[in-house]
Design a protein around this ligand. Structure first.
Ligand code: FAD
Length: 143
């Protein structure tokens, strides 16, 4: 089964609250482990940018499930490609919240003068997530 990487961006919906973030991560860590999926979820306060990597078929099913989740909107695929190795292999789902994400990092990877993940290239989104992952403690969680 091909090792595949997928990155998408979405916008938080009114159906999502602070408690949901913890619930999402708990569920993600549980299911992703079972599916052989690793990755990083970044939340800016408005947008989600998530990288998922793992066996192609499992990744496709998971993405379809996530895309239907009413806690976010405008789910937009930024990158989908076969890769030779994982980049976030330490974590079934790491989390970079607002403490990890600052304006400088967002704008460094943004085509616009304001941060707009929907106009990011897959390569920029990946570079941004890779940079954020370097700020994370070994637990892979920074709220
Ligand atoms: P169930 O938990 O049985 O839920 C059924 C439906 O209700 C689903 O459509 C679900 O999306 C929705 N739902 C569940 N809880 C709520 C709630 N509190 N409010 C409103 N709707 C709700 N899951 C993973 O397994 N791995 C991930 O990496 C992952 N990343 C995510 C990233 C984001 C930004 C979001 C919003 C969700 C993510 N999820 C992830 C959660 C995923 O969408 C599913 O809820 C989860 O996988 C459980 O699937 P299920 O079929 O058992 O749904």
């Amino acid at each position: 089964m091909f090792l595949t990487r997928l990155i998408y961006a979405s916008r938080i919906s009114d159906a999502c609250n602070a408690h949901d973030m913890e619930a999402i991560l708990k569920v993600a860590q549980h299911f992703n482990k079972e599916l052989g999926i690793t990755g990083l979820l970044c939340f800016t306060g408005t947008y989600f940018i998530q990288c998922l990597e793992g066996p192609r078929q499992n990744l496709n099913s998971l993405y379809n499930r996530i895309a239907r989740d009413p806690r976010h909107l405008n789910v937009t695929l930024l990158e989908y490609r076969e890769v030779v190795e994982r980049s976030f292999d330490q974590w079934s789902m790491a989390y970079a919240g607002s403490t990890a994400v600052d304006r400088q990092i967002l704008l460094k990877h943004s085509a616009e003068t304001h941060f707009d993940p929907f106009s990011m290239s897959g390569a920029s989104a990946f570079a941004m997530l890779a940079l954020l992952s370097q700020r994370l403690p070994p637990s892979g969680y920074l709220s």
